[in-house]
Design a protein around this ligand. Structure first.
Ligand code: KG4
Ligand code: ZN
Length: 368
């Protein structure tokens, strides 16, 4: 029997606070979270100080809620996991300090894990509504795509992560968010762009797909962002009234409608999705991988999901795309990475500090 059956995990690397109870087999007994979008929206981006302050407010009630939902008491947890890298330093600290306190109080070990390892292992989680595709296992090619990262990995096993390529400038989620902000949809706007795009004509506006023919697996989204901003300014000059009315209507009714804004969103989204799908599928073919994983907040994008699923079906591959709750930042994925590490004998010292930057390819399995 594994020594660590159930761990309590905390994720506070960015702006979402999440706590989960996860089993050694990836079973999610509970996973609760508190978002902070409303607090940061008026600043048009994440304000680190506000993020860490909110974590301190949310953490203790969420820990209690996670334990209650899992139907266990703190002393029934076998150990703890926490995201200790990479992320905003103040945000990471709140989770770390909390986990260390729990660990000392309960007399059970803890382990600090890399947030990205969590994202890459998310497809292995299970709950009453989600299970990985039948027979899903290593190896695979994974695209982790969020507001902070856009990286393509080859994953050969636990602790065997190779970076194939990454964005050279903006993350794809950042590009979505900056575009959404520019066209008046607020922050974070990726999901809003997605909803409008569903009713738009993606062929109406032409946007660049940078580096598509490049042999490397790297990506770039800053040219797209600039080109979209320029086009938007031209459209504003030409027809300010229509654009402002459509944005205002969408934001007040929350109902997407076809129109200029929807076409703009669809065209912009298609450019990002084209690049992401091209990178993921080319790498899978070249690396002779039967499985691909799509993870991170932008994996919520309906067009991106649909395109990857379609490609997998047509090419006889398996696509594992965790449900939204395990794609966006969540403690369940951190718990899974943590419980595996604890069962392999790894624990962290009480002196463990937060690391704002931490490339995943340096994270090895404790067994080598
Ligand atoms: O993984 P995540 O929750 O947090 C980190 O950035 O680490 O990802 C959030 C990002 C934001 O940029 C958000 O706009 C984007 O994911 N996002 C989307 C969608 N839902 C969330 N982007 C495009 N389409 C969506 N449906
Ligand atoms: Zn993330």
């Amino acid at each position: 029997m594994r020594r660590f059956q159930k761990v309590l995990a905390i994720e506070t690397s960015c702006d979402d606070t999440s706590v989960a109870v996860v089993g050694h087999d990836g079973r999610v007994h509970s996973c609760v979270m508190a978002g902070q979008d409303l607090y940061h929206a008026k600043y048009g981006g994440i304000v680190p100080e506000i993020a860490s302050r909110n974590h301190t407010h949310h953490l203790l009630p969420l820990i209690q809620e996670a334990l209650d939902q899992a139907g266990i008491k703190l002393d029934e947890v076998d150990g703890f996991a926490v995201t200790s890298r990479p992320g905003l330093i103040g945000s990471l600290l709140t989770g770390l300090v909390t986990v260390k306190t729990l660990s000392v109080t309960a007399g059970k070990p803890f382990v600090g894990v890399n947030h990205l390892e969590g994202h890459l292992l998310a497809p292995f989680l299970t709950d009453t509504e989600y299970a990985p595709p039948q027979g899903f296992d290593f190896p695979y090619v994974a695209l982790a795509v969020s507001g902070g990262h856009t990286t393509l990995y080859r994953v050969d096993g636990f602790g065997r992560y190779k970076v194939l390529g990454r964005t050279l400038d903006d993350a794809a989620g950042e590009a979505f968010d900056k575009f959404a902000k520019k066209i008046g949809l607020g922050f974070p706007g990726g999901a809003r762009v997605d909803r409008l795009a569903a009713l738009g004509n993606a062929a109406r506006f032409e946007f660049p797909r940078a580096m598509l023919k490049d042999e490397r697996d790297d990506m770039s989204f800053s040219g797209l962002k600039t080109s979209a901003a320029r086009l938007f300014d031209e459209l504003l000059d030409a027809d300010r009234e229509t654009i402002l009315r459509e944005a205002e209507e969408f934001l007040s009714t929350k109902q997407a409608k076809p129109g200029l804004l929807a076409d703009l969103c669809a065209s912009f989204q298609e450019a990002i999705v084209d690049v992401l799908v091209a990178r993921l599928t080319r790498a899978a073919t070249r690396e002779k991988m039967e499985r691909v994983v799509l993870t991170g907040g932008v994996a919520a994008n309906s067009r991106l999901r649909a395109r990857v699923v379609k490609w997998a079906k047509e090419s006889g591959k398996t696509a594992a795309i965790p449900p939204l709750r395990y794609c966006t930042d969540n403690a369940a994925m951190v718990g899974l990475a943590g419980v595996i590490r604890l069962n392999l004998g790894e624990t962290s010292p009480i002196s463990l500090g937060p690391e704002p930057k931490a490339p995943l390819d340096q994270e090895k399995s404790p067994r080598g």
